[in-house]
Design a protein around this ligand. Structure first.
Ligand code: MN
Ligand code: MN
Length: 359
């Protein structure tokens, strides 16, 4: 039985922990409870239009008499109820809650902060396209009796773990604890996450980009330029044809890029000048950014590393560009040096530029 030799998530975490003899085990308990929340959400999502009739909504997650809630709220409660009791968290924050949730009495207060997007891409639910959950783990400040919003405003470089679950044809959990990226596939027979992808790496170059082209008229010049050059294909300055993809679900886009490379852009644009970007820094861009960087890719605001941004608000939005390293570096160069021509870029001396110019 080959599966007997495949490590589970639990086994992976225990083996990682053995590297740190002083570790308390709290961290492993946290990740295992997050994984359990993801399994519960995977089941909820799988019921689709049958959810009302299934009773699963009222029995598996204690919504106390409520017949059905939007899946975002149910998923949020899954995360809260399955992680608040364990004694490893000081507080948590979520897309679905205006303010942080400080762990209440009688539960012990722990050393970590958890941030999450409980159901990412939920507008895709009705069309039965992959959705997911995203999470980020930070350290709580030591020796502080009250946890406040400010304690969550740590740059992404401070994350000690990040991950997402994707609820697609198979349910997977993709995780980094700062030593590369690993992927687990949920075995539906045993309900266990099995280590099926022990070392996920993003290819350095790609011929695939993902952007919501309906926003083209609002893009800043560097983004227009990048996309135009891709669209020109083989006879353009890039000298190769590109494919475009757009799922409109961050987790699904991330998973595709981790699987076969590519670049994703939801850049800052001038559609709504008050909103600098669409995606949320703390529970979307930072955890995805850590995973991408740990997989050898690059995660950027368009101008520089997203993980180095000092957050100013819990639900802050930001421009986000990530994926294959060479493409993201090129996009950053277009932002930071608008006059750079593709031939100036050391990595991409393109003979074909001249052909294009003289045609
Ligand atoms: Mn989301
Ligand atoms: Mn969401």
């Amino acid at each position: 039985m080959s599966w007997a030799h495949t490590p589970t998530l639990t086994q992976y975490l225990i083996e990682e922990r053995r590297r740190y003899p002083q570790a308390s085990g709290d961290f492993n308990a946290l990740i295992l409870d997050v994984a359990r929340a993801c399994k519960a959400i995977a089941r909820q999502v799988a019921y689709g239009a049958l959810a009302k009739a299934s009773h699963a909504v009222t029995t598996t997650i204690n919504v106390q008499g409520e017949e059905q809630k939007p899946l975002d709220v149910i998923s949020n409660e899954c995360f809260m109820r399955l992680t608040e009791w364990g004694g490893y968290l000081a507080a948590m924050a979520s897309e679905e809650m205006d303010e942080p949730y400080v762990i209440p009495e009688p539960y012990p207060r722990g050393r970590y902060l958890l941030l999450f997007d409980p159901l990412d891409g939920s507008s895709n639910i009705d069309v039965n396209v992959s959705v997911g959950s995203i999470f980020s783990v930070l350290r709580a400040p030591e020796g502080k009796s009250e946890i406040t919003v400010e304690d969550f405003l740590q740059p992404g470089t401070k994350q000690i773990a990040a991950g997402y679950a994707i609820y697609g044809p198979t349910t997977m959990l993709v995780l980094t604890v700062g030593r590369g990226v690993v992927g687990f596939t949920l075995d539906p027979d045993f309900g266990e996450f099995m280590l099926t992808h022990p070392n996920i790496r993003i290819p350095e170059s790609t011929k695939e980009f993902a952007i919501n082209a309906s926003n083209a008229r609002f893009w800043e010049p560097p983004v227009k330029r990048y996309v135009n050059e891709c669209l020109k294909g083989k006879t353009g300055p890039r000298g190769k044809d590109f494919n475009m993809r757009w799922v409109a679900s961050l987790v699904a886009e991330t998973h595709r890029i981790l699987s076969r490379g590519g670049v994703f852009l939801y850049p800052r644009d001038n559609k709504e000048p008050k909103k600098p970007g669409r995606l949320r820094l703390l529970y979307e861009c930072n955890p995805i950014g850590m995973i991408v960087e740990q997989a050898g890719g690059r995660a950027s605001t368009g101008y520089g590393p997203v993980l180095e941004v000092q957050p100013t608000e819990l639900h802050q939005r930001i421009g986000f560009v990530f994926g294959s390293r060479e493409e993201v570096e090129r996009i950053e160069q277009y932002h930071n040096d608008p006059d750079a021509s593709p031939v100036d870029l050391p990595l991409f001396a393109e003979r074909t530029l001249f052909r294009d110019e003289t045609l």
